[in-house]
Design a protein. Structure first.
Length: 312
């Protein structure tokens, strides 16, 4: 790969793909060309930055150095191997490749060495897992992790634009004392509500797929399948910014003071921790932030230390 890359963005007209294009521009990624790809109904559409959407075929995918995928698991399953065979490195945002043994699941601040084993496809984890492991990594390295009890409070943007529109529409109707339309994105009204149902329940499983992702992806990224994980994912009426409350049981003693020091020094973590002054992470401040913020409300026992904290 050269110092100036030809980049494909697959799923470019979706909520995540649109943000990918925006960040490539804002961060001045060294791209010689950025090509947006999307479904057939969007082919030929001109985007705000003047780029024109192309369709996926064997000819159009040739000659790329990097392909960023956020087009869903079925599209990734079909087209990621084709881009890789054509010479591109694929970074996939769907769940299609995350748990495949020969595909590294990578968070740059946590396990960048895993990139050495890729064969053309690299997966990134679920959004809730990604922000979690960035804050867990320094604690894991210092004292190990025996057990995690995780509760997430996930914004509707994680479901997509239709969910954002539904929350805004329901909120507007309720504030103006109008009857709301029956929900279509979620099983129940999301405005002024909290749904203990983020993701989908598979037959016979008491956990949603969002909860399974937290459990399985955390273990894979940290390289420790023995970590015990209990996860509950809740969808809340917030537009952008997932929050998490995490109880961490370490394998070795770890004082609150040392834990704060480790987090403050960690790459990719910002510690906001003065609750008496109402200084702690807020979902409303999360939009556009590349660094997860951590607020530590510690309750520590005897060895091994059990520390509870809130994470955004």
């Amino acid at each position: 790969m050269s110092n100036s890359y030809r980049v494909a963005v697959v799923g470019a007209t979706g909520q995540v793909g649109t943000l990918m294009l925006q960040l490539l521009r804002e961060r001045e990624f060294p791209a010689s060309e950025i090509v947006p790809f999307a479904s057939a109904r969007s082919v030929g559409r001109e985007l705000d930055d003047g780029l024109v959407v192309r369709g996926l075929d064997e000819e159009s995918i040739q000659g790329f150095d990097l392909a960023l995928f956020s087009a869903g698991g079925s599209t990734s399953g079909e087209w990621a191997p084709r881009f890789a065979a054509a010479g591109a490195v694929v970074v996939d945002n769907s769940s299609r490749w995350r748990m495949q043994d020969d595909v590294p699941l990578v968070v740059s601040e946590v396990n960048p060495d895993a990139l050495a084993s890729h064969s053309g496809i690299v997966a990134n984890p679920n959004c809730s897992t990604m922000q979690l492991v960035v804050a867990l990594k320094p604690l894991y390295d210092a004292a190990g992790i025996e057990r995690l009890v995780i509760s997430t409070y996930q914004a509707v943007s994680g479901t997509g634009k239709a969910a954002v529109d539904e929350l805004l529409g329901q909120s507007h109707a309720l504030l103006h004392e109008r009857e709301i339309a029956p929900p279509s994105t979620y099983a129940h009204q999301i405005a002024f509500n909290a749904l203990p149902h983020a993701g989908s329940f598979a037959d016979g499983d008491d956990h949603t797929d969002e909860e399974r992702k937290l459990i399985n992806e955390t273990r894979k990224i940290l390289g420790d399948p023995s970590i015990r994980v209990s996860a509950t994912c809740v969808r809340v009426p917030v537009l952008t910014g997932h929050s998490e409350a995490v109880n961490v049981q370490t394998r070795e003693p770890l004082s609150p003071e040392r834990a704060r020091e480790l987090l403050a020094a960690a790459t990719g973590v910002s510690v906001l921790d003065d609750p008496s002054a109402a200084v702690y992470p807020l979902a409303i401040d999360a939009a556009g932030q590349a660094i997860p913020a951590t607020s530590a409300r510690w309750t520590c026992g005897s060895s091994p230390t059990i520390c509870a904290r809130a994470l955004l």
